[in-house]
Each structure stands twice: as C-alpha cells, then as structure tokens.
Ligand binder design. Structure first.
Ligand code: DLL
Length: 446
C-alpha cells in the first residue's frame, strides 16, 4: 500500500462504540476443541440422517439402495458410504420434494433462477432462519463487524439469499442495517457517505462498480467511514482484493455460501485473511475428486461437498457444490478451531478448456487486475472454431495498443493463448450483483 493511501487511512472516523479487537459472537462454539467438535458433529449427523431417512423419500431410497440405515452410521468416516445429492436432484423434485417438513411449517422460501429450466427452491423453518441469522452474525463478527456499526447492505434482496441473509445476520449482531439491495449506484455512494457506514456488503464486482462511481462523482470513500468490505457470492481473486482495498480504503473479507446449504455465512475469513472458516458445528465439509467421487488426500484441492447438521426444512446429505477449493485444519491466528476453506477459485462448470489448457475466469482476473493502463473490468467470450474453443478477452483501456501487452501476460502467467479486444473505458458491462464474466457463444449441445 502506498504512503498516500496509508495517510488516508489515518484520517478515518473513529467508532467509539467498538468492542475490543478479538471478539467472538459465539466463543464456545467457535473455539471448540476438535474432539468435542467431532463428537457434536456425529451426534448432529445421526439426527439429520434419521430425519432425512424418515421424511425425504429420495434419501430413504438412496440409503436403502446402498443397504444402509441411519443407525449404521457410527463414525464420521462412515459418511463416505452415503450417497451424494446433486443440484439436479433439487430440480427433479421441484419445488418441495426434498423438504423434510410440511410446507405449512416453513417460514420462508428462496430460489435461484438457474440458467436452464426450473429454479432451485430452498425452504427454511423459523428455527432455520434463526440459525442462519446467528451463523451470519458469527460470520460478520469474525470479519470484524461489531454491534453499533452501520452495515450498508448492497446484496440483492429478494429470492437471492444474499440480501436477507446479510440483513438478518447484521440485525442479530446488533448492527444498524441499511437495506439498499443492488442498483441505484449513485444513491449507494451518497448513503454510504451520509450514514457513515463502516461496513459494505456486496459482491466484489458490484463493490468495484460503487468505487468507480464514487471516484467519478468526486466522493472520496477512502477518506470516509468505510473500514470493512464483506464480499462474496462470486469468485474473485487476490488481485481484486488488493484493488478493492486500495480503492475503498477498507479491509476486504471473503464470505462464502450457497442457497442449497443455507445462503451466505457457511464460511468466512477472519481478520487474518488466511482462508475461510467453515462453521463445522453446523456443516460437514469434504473435498472429493470430482471425477471419481472419492476423498482427496488431506490438504489437496477438489470439489467441496457439504452435509448440513442442523437444517430442519431442507437437510442436505453430501451436497456436491461444484466449487473447487481445499481444506486446512491447522490452528488459525484468531483462535478459531474450525477448518478453513481456501479461496474458491471457481466452479467446476465454469472451467474453460482453451486449446487443451484448463482455465478459470478468476485466474484471468488475477492477471488483468493490476496491469498498468488496464481497468479491472473484463469479459471472456468463448467461441467454437472448427473443433477448438477460442477465447477472446475484452478489456478496457484508453491505450488501443494495450492488447499485445495483455496477451503476453495472459500467455506467460496462465499458458493460454487468447485474442484481446480493447474496449473504451466504460464499455465493458458493469455488475449490479453477480457479474457475468463469460459470454459463451459455442453452439449448444455440442
Ligand atoms: O451466492 C450466497 C451468498 C450471498 C454468498 C452473499 C456470499 C455472499 P447462491 O446464489 O446459491 O448463493 O450461489 C452460490 O456462488 O456455489 C459459489 O459457486 C458462488 N460463491 C458464493 N460465494 C463465493 C465466494 C450465494 N466467496 C454459489 N467465492 C456458490 C467464490 C462464491 N464463489
């Protein structure tokens, strides 16, 4: 960080109500010794399996096919004998077929639009909503948010879990929530400034959009009250973290979650920013090889699989997230004992294979963001020429000669040959929620 930015940090507003630095929303749960945590997990797992077996025909059928009953599960390792649950299972049992509770006992439904066909519907009992609020409060506290803070919530409200998930969590923590949702970016900038928000919740791509608009309007958010960004819902890179931290004058914290499991607050970074603590008293995390379905060796990367331990309405058994990460179980500087997920590089389905090289959009982002003369906005266009997939990277620069420079960096850092299209500043579409990074122009069904 350069000296100018550092001196800007020094001028920040001080929040007198702030509690001491090391703060846990639920100290006992967050720092539970591993043996106690595993004992709790096994007890909760057995209860979850029993419920799923008795109340959800799909789970009962799959367990019967494997010759298993809930009571056969004696250790956490036995989990590996159980079936997986896929996103397609949710769609095939649309809308309520995987629910373990009658529809009349549900307090809320959320849904994801999905790119093809039917949406994925998830449901919550009143207790599920309370659990989610506590886990989200725990996540926000872990990220450095405190009671009394103004939390500007720019995650979309509605069927998406981001807005309401962050909202209930911030309220539960005792913060003051500004329920902005996405869009109306000029108003966002003014209200962040006028209400003296300490915390910004948004997708990283939308936070960048807010930062850019503030700069254009001459509002210096770096000198203001903002101190923490809670960013997630889409893959982002370390380079993007540095960019957002510098442009907003904040500490940018990565938060992970998915509707099928709960919503935001499944895992979050602490102030050490060294992996996302996954809340193991409520979820079991496994990493598998996506091709074989088998566990990868400890510490290796693969597909994240999650089993819920306390969800009532929609218990999930070995849900295949398609997200690629790795797990670290070592002790964290913050004192929390829960395993850490490494930054999620992307989804299995987002991986592009360009002339035989596997590449995730976030890897390209890591190269582009921070390149001098290139704005941190981009889109990837994939087309089929003959039997090969070709990639065009659309970047923004006021220097039309930037293409060669970008092509060279992408080739040398990732090994991918891509065409570069230099667009004028402002021409790459700006995000208001989850950014659409890839325009896939390949013929469908090939
Ligand atoms: O995106 C929940 C959420 C809201 C998380 C706000 C964080 C903040 P879905 O719409 O169901 O739920 O999308 C879930 O988004 O499987 C990942 O592929 C991706 N994703 C979520 N958080 C991250 C992250 C919400 N921090 C899908 N890094 C997940 C990378 C993420 N990808």
């Amino acid at each position: 960080m350069n000296a100018m930015l550092q001196s800007r940090f020094a001028t920040k507003v001080h929040h007198p109500a702030r509690a001491p630095r090391r703060f846990f929303f639920d100290r006992e749960a967050e720092t539970m010794p591993r043996a106690a945590l595993e004992k709790l997990q096994l007890r909760r797992l057995r209860a979850t399996l029993k419920e799923a077996y008795e109340k959800v025909p799909l789970h009962r059928r799959r367990m019967q096919e494997a010759g298993l009953e809930p009571r056969d599960l004696r250790s956490l390792e036995d989990l590996q004998k159980l079936h997986f649950t896929l996103k397609s299972d949710l769609r095939d049992h649309y809308p309520f077929g995987l629910f373990a509770r009658p529809r009349t006992s549900l307090a809320r439904l959320h849904a994801s639009s999905g790119t093809t066909g039917k949406p994925t519907v998830v449901g919550y009992t009143r207790q599920d909503i309370a659990t989610w609020a506590s886990l989200m409060a725990r996540s926000l506290a872990c990220a450095g948010v405190r009671a009394g803070d103004v939390v500007h919530n720019a995650y979309g409200y509605g069927l998406f879990t981001g807005g309401l998930g962050a909202h209930y969590g911030a309220e539960r923590l005792g913060a003051t929530v500004v329920p902005m949702s996405g869009g109306a970016t000029e108003r966002q900038v003014l209200l962040i400034r006028d209400f003296a928000a300490r915390v910004l919740c948004a997708t990283p791509s939308y936070a960048l959009n807010i930062a850019e608009l503030a700069e254009r309007e001459g509002v210096d958010l770096r000198a203001g009250s903002l101190e923490i960004g809670i960013f997630g819902a889409e893959p982002w890179s370390e380079a993007m973290r540095r960019e957002l931290e510098a442009r907003l004058g904040i500490k940018a914290i990565d938060i992970y979650g998915l509707s099928e499991i709960m919503g935001p607050g499944v895992a979050v970074e602490c102030e050490a920013q060294d992996g996302l603590h996954g809340w193991e008293d409520h979820f079991l995390f496994e990493i598998i090889d996506p091709d074989t379905g088998r566990a990868v060796p400890e510490g290796k990367s693969g597909e994240l699989v999650i089993t819920t331990l306390t969800k009532q309405a929609l218990p999930m058994i070995r849900y295949r997230t398609r997200d690629i990460t790795r797990l670290a179980r070592g002790r964290c500087a913050c004192g929390r004992t829960h395993a850490r997920l490494q930054r999620i590089t992307g989804r299995n389905d987002d991986m592009l294979i360009i002339r035989g090289v596997n590449v995730y959009p976030s890897q390209i982002e890591a190269v582009l963001v921070g390149l001098p003369g290139i704005a941190p906005h981009y889109q990837l266009v994939v087309e089929r020429r003959g039997s090969l997939d070709e990639l065009t990277i659309e970047v923004e620069s006021s220097d039309p000669g930037a293409a060669q420079h970008v092509r060279h960096h992408v080739k040398s850092m990732i090994g991918v040959t891509a065409a570069i299209k230099v667009m004028k500043p402002g021409e790459v579409p700006r995000s208001q929620g989850k950014a659409v990074r890839v325009r896939d122009l390949r013929p469908k069904g090939v």
